[in-house]
Design a protein around this ligand. Structure first.
Ligand SMILES: Cc1cc2nc3c(=O)[nH]c(=O)nc-3n(C[C@H](O)[C@H](O)[C@H](O)COP(=O)(O)OP(=O)(O)OC[C@H]3O[C@@H](n4cnc5c(N)ncnc54)[C@H](O)[C@@H]3O)c2cc1C
Length: 470
């Protein structure tokens, strides 16, 4: 179904702020998570607001006419969250990318949603500050997208996720009403916590137009490196024990041997193709004790090498490999493509078991299933390399992917630790939360967006507005 968006011409928008050109429409009908088998729903128009007033006017007019509006930022989402499920308007927030105010004395910055994450760090670096929860995609994704998916990153094990660093939001409701949520005080007990309701709501409840972010001081001491293990089981148990023992680690990431092989092909590195744990420690004093505490635990798990360094270049190389592993996986075999990127998350004591599940299933079906991820959070990224031209192979890969999600939920975990539900994880919502909780979520959605115009077809499995032919 397509929608008449000619009303956009009557709004006070400037030249170039909306378009129905094929190139604009096509580029907003996919994101990084769009699969080869997906049928994209192309929007009818793309609009580029430049202010909160623009967003308000567009939503009020769309709401009056029942036209769906799907917020779109950098499109790096991995679950199709920004891809329209019902045509209508793609609301591209990337032109709203200014720093509105910066208060280093309060460790706070006010930004528009389209600003790229690393630009926030660049803005505050000279004051010795940083924004800790940036995802690995922090150089290519926006603050608005991160807030809307409640993203997290490699430093989440020490510093927490995006939700922990957002103090206040300005947002526009479906009917164009502008609201403020949260407070610029670092704590508040006032009223319902609308700010945390909007964080992670994937553009289904409101459009975020400004955010106050909290910042942290850069640690005086940073040390990083890698530990190499004989078996993946040793590596995952070592991480689990470290977290349970309270080692104060800032990053602790597992990379399996298969991922290391793929990284070597892609980056030309010479990593041992063995299970590894990449580590980074942050402290203002006493970093040696923390590193030794970790080493002692790793030795209990037969670590074969434990190599730490203060050298910035060495560390940059290591973390670049980890950050860009997804590219290495995607290009490893020209005949195969990675299926959806998994991001199940389980309680830390169950981490070895979820990794074991992926490897057992891959071995049973002779599939390539690389595993890596934010192990300290119990978060596992896994995928399966699939031959999309072979329907049987595709089905087997999909089954593996789904079985791992089911297992994670069964272990008390979640289908998605950071990527959100979008289109890809809708079918797990009820399994994870139960029908009554999903009904409560739907009641909230109906209250804030009675006509269902905001990002319809996302999060809920039985939303009528699904992709064409779904
Ligand atoms: C190589 C790579 C590595 C990644 N690593 C990580 C990682 O470590 N951790 C992690 O959490 N994710 C990661 N991701 C996923 C992705 O980068 C994050 O989900 C990111 O937060 C999405 O931001 P975006 O600007 O691209 O948003 P988009 O993909 O454009 O949108 C994401 C969702 O937010 C909504 N939205 C966007 N802006 C607004 C707004 N202003 N108001 C309301 N709704 C809005 C959209 O409708 C959509 O539902 C990775 C992706 C890639 C490609």
């Amino acid at each position: 179904m397509s929608y008449d968006c000619s009303f956009l011409a009557d709004l006070r928008l400037e030249d170039g702020q909306f378009s129905s050109d094929e190139s604009h429409l096509e580029s907003h009908a996919a994101d990084w998570g769009t699969q080869e088998t997906d049928r994209a729903v192309v929007p009818d128009a793309v609009v580029y607001p430049r202010s909160t007033a623009d967003v308000s006017a567009i939503l009020a007019a769309a709401s009056d006419r029942g036209v769906p509006v799907t917020p779109y930022a950098a499109g790096t989402g991995l679950e199709g969250g920004a891809v329209p499920a019902s045509a209508g308007i793609s609301l591209d927030l990337t032109e709203m990318d200014r720093v509105a105010d910066y208060r280093p004395e309060d460790f706070q910055i006010d930004v528009e949603p389209g600003i790229i994450g690393s630009a926030v760090n660049e803005h505050v670096a000279e004051d010795g500050l940083f924004f800790p929860p940036l995802p690995s995609s922090g150089d290519i994704s926006t603050i608005g997208g991160m807030i809307s998916t409640d993203a997290s990153g490699m430093k989440t094990v020490k510093y927490g996720e995006i939700a922990d660093w957002v103090l206040h939001l300005e947002a526009v409701l479906a009917d164009g009403t502008v609201i403020e949520a949260g407070s610029r005080a670092v704590k508040t007990s006032s009223g319902y916590n609308l700010k945390d309701l909007l964080v992670g709501s994937e553009g289904t409840l409101a459009v975020i137009t400004q955010a106050t972010l909290e910042l942290a001081g850069r640690p005086a001491q940073v040390r990083g490196g890698r530990a190499i293990f004989e078996t993946l089981e040793d590596a995952t148990r070592a991480v689990s024990d470290c977290v349970q023992a309270g080692v104060d680690v800032a990053k602790i990431e597992v990379v399996d041997g298969l991922s290391a092989t793929m990284a070597n092909e892609y980056f030309g590195t010479e990593l041992p193709d063995a299970p590894m744990v990449f580590l980074e420690f942050h402290a203002n004093h006493g970093i040696d004790e923390e590193v030794e505490f970790c080493r002692a635990i790793f030795e209990d798990h037969d670590v074969s090498r434990f190599e730490m360094s203060d050298d910035d270049d060495e560390m940059d190389e290591l973390w670049q490999v980890r950050r860009e592993l997804a590219y290495a996986v995607a290009t490893y075999d020209p005949g195969l493509e990675p299926i959806q990127s998994g991001d199940v998350t389980v309680p830390i004591s169950k981490y070895p078991e979820i990794v074991r599940t992926v490897k057992r299933l891959a071995a049973e079906h002779d599939l390539l299933a690389p595993c890596f991820g934010h192990a300290g959070d119990g978060n596992l990224h896994y995928t399966v390399l699939v031959d999309y031209d072979d329907p049987v192979h595709l089905e087997t890969c999909k089954d593996l992917y789904a079985e791992v999600v089911d297992r994670a939920i069964g272990l008390g975990g979640t289908a998605t630790g950071e990527h959100g539900v979008g289109l890809g994880k809708r079918d797990y919502l009820e399994d994870e939360h139960g029908g009554a909780a999903v009904d409560a979520m739907k009641a909230i959605k109906r209250t804030l967006d009675p006509d269902g115009i905001l990002n319809p077809g996302k999060i809920f499995p039985d939303d009528e507005s699904r992709r064409a032919d779904d």
